[in-house]
Write a protein that binds this ligand. Structure first.
Ligand SMILES: C[S@@+](CC[C@H](N)C(=O)[O-])C[C@H]1O[C@@H](n2cnc3c(N)ncnc32)[C@H](O)[C@@H]1O
Length: 232
């Protein structure tokens, strides 16, 4: 049995298919729109970055290129081990097993937090937000990357996969907690249809994945995201 820290939100896409999730990560946002938006709000050069719910650590080397120190926290011990292997030659990066609700980090030890499609999905994530209040230094910044289900091809697919999802409730949740929304349009850009097909099948049930594959031509999928952010 793989060790998983208490409170982890089941994430079958990356837990069951990390190699396909790697293909997905390579397809996401080839122009670096999300990173550019983050950098314009809170640059991380010379600072300490926490990548929370870091999975196999895809984004850790990118932050390490500029940050003084990078910490990845991931509740799935097998994925955390993969993240450690990815950054073994980067001395300023560490990876810890843990969950958002009980961060294995000291008080006031982080400047910039990046949470991409992990745990912070609106109502219910208050314990993790309290932990971020504890570990983020005064003047630090928290970034949450999440889907914008109100627009784009991917947003439409997301709503069809999760009809009960209420984007207005999610927006109310974040704005009441002092977060600002940066709406961004990114894209998935695949090298071939087989990759698109495989990624659709880790994100959606087979019936929907097959429908989307039939309906959608080409290798590009327009994808709206919300970058929620708050200075502490
Ligand atoms: C869809 S994956 C995204 C991984 C990574 N952020 C990326 O973009 O490659 C979601 C990740 O959130 C992690 N996760 C689930 N529950 C969590 C929690 N309570 N605290 C922190 N991370 C969590 C999962 O283990 C998984 O690695």
């Amino acid at each position: 049995m793989v060790e998983i820290a208490p409170g982890a939100v089941p994430s079958p896409n990356i837990w069951n298919s990390p190699s396909v999730y790697e293909i997905e990560n390579r397809a996401v946002d080839p122009d670096g729109t999300i990173e550019a938006a983050m950098r314009s709000i809170a640059p991380w050069a010379g600072r300490t970055v926490l990548d929370l719910g870091c999975g196999t650590g895809f984004h850790l080397p990118r932050f390490a290129a500029e940050a003084a120190r990078v910490v990845g926290v991931e509740p799935h011990a097998g994925l955390a081990a993969a993240a450690r292997r990815r950054v073994r030659d980067l001395p300023d990066v560490t990876v810890r097993v843990g969950a958002a609700q009980a961060l294995p980090l000291p008080d006031a030890s982080v400047d910039v937090v990046h949470v991409r499609w992990a745990y912070f999905f609106g109502p219910g994530c208050e314990p993790g937000l309290a932990e971020l209040d504890r570990v983020v230094r005064r003047g630090g910044t928290v970034f949450i990357v999440d889907n914008d289900a109100t627009r784009s091809t991917f947003g439409g697919w997301f709503r069809r996969g999760l009809p009960s999802y209420d984007p207005a409730a999610v927006e109310r949740f974040w704005t009441r907690r002092g977060f600002q929304r940066e709406p961004l349009m990114i894209r998935w850009e695949f090298e071939n249809r087989a990759d698109l097909s495989a990624v659709l099948r880790i994100e959606f049930p087979e019936r929907l994945a097959a429908e989307f594959e039939r309906e959608h031509r080409g290798l590009t999928v327009d994808y709206a995201v919300n970058l929620w952010w708050r200075h502490n």
